[in-house]
Design a protein around this ligand. Structure first.
Ligand SMILES: Nc1ncnc2c1ncn2[C@@H]1O[C@H](COP(=O)(O)OP(=O)(O)OP(=O)(O)O)[C@@H](O)[C@H]1O
Length: 246
């Protein structure tokens, strides 16, 4: 089966020398891929490159076979994303925010707006304005916006930021439901080990701008019992490798 997202030799170095180096990944249809790494590992950088918000120094990302650098519109046609803080018009209601976005999609009607508000637990705040929302409520609205057009691929940067336990469970269930029932493919970054373990079926560990390993959650749990053990082991193994090389 052709991968839905193909990342090849993706490299971006900021002026201060930080960034990501030579990332290679293939994501298949219906995967809930967890991009796990500590603060500053390079997750947001990779996701900004994947969604064309910044340009790579080297390498490319293909989504449904279309290059993000050469054929941006086609590559992004079936992609929904939420990168960094969810932006919304502070003085428009949650519903009106989504209505603004819906203008770009001919087949998104008011019923669909209500549907995504319901799916993300935001129906009761439908007529309230984001200026009064908590971080968790803004995240939920951002997620509602990301899935509004029924995208086949959803790219989410730290989607659980600011959510309480109930919120995390709700959003996890929503992600799994969309992956199961609609074969939506998810690419999710997180530094929350426990949540990645519960949500994702494949996991890539990123550390210091490089991918250390990619493995199915099942295999990780069979061999290491917990994702935390695996993560520590991968980081240590890599540390030893780089020190022995250096
Ligand atoms: N615009 C920028 N200019 C210079 N350096 C940057 C820039 N953006 C990010 N960096 C650096 O690149 C590295 C990767 O940052 P990035 O935001 O991609 O990490 P992250 O894994 O998303 O971290 P977090 O979990 O904290 O959001 C960090 O060392 C960061 O300081």
């Amino acid at each position: 089966m052709e991968p839905i997202i193909e990342i090849k030799n993706l490299t971006k170095q900021y002026e201060n020398g930080r960034g990501i180096k030579n990332i290679n990944l293939e994501i298949s249809e219906g995967d809930i891929f967890g991009f796990l790494g500590p603060n500053g590992a390079g997750k947001t950088t990779a996701m900004k490159l994947m969604t064309g918000l910044i340009h790579p120094d080297y390498g490319d990302v293909k989504i449904f076979g279309h290059s993000i650098t050469e054929d941006y519109e086609r590559a992004m046609a079936k992609v929904g994303c939420l990168i960094e803080i969810a932006e919304a018009y502070a003085y428009l209601s949650a519903f009106d925010n989504l209505k603004q976005l819906a203008r770009f999609y001919p087949d998104v009607d008011y019923q669909r707006i209500d549907e995504v508000l319901e799916l993300t637990g935001m129906s009761k705040y439908k007529h309230e304005k984001p200026k009064k929302f908590s971080l968790g409520m803004k995240q939920r609205l951002g997620l509602a916006a990301a899935i509004l057009s029924r995208p086949k691929v959803v790219i989410l940067d730290e989607p659980l930021n600011g959510l309480d336990v109930e919120g995390m469970i709700d959003i996890r269930k929503l992600i799994q439901k969309l992956a199961d029932e609609e074969k939506t493919t998810f690419f999710i970054s997180s530094h929350l080990i426990h949540d990645v373990e519960l949500t994702c079926n494949r996991i890539g560990v990123i550390y210091n701008g490089e991918i250390l390993n990619v493995e199915s959650t099942k295999t990780i749990l069979r061999n290491y019992a917990t994702l935390e053990n695996y993560f520590v082991s991968e980081v240590e193994r890599n540390g030893r490798l780089s020190s022995s090389v250096g």
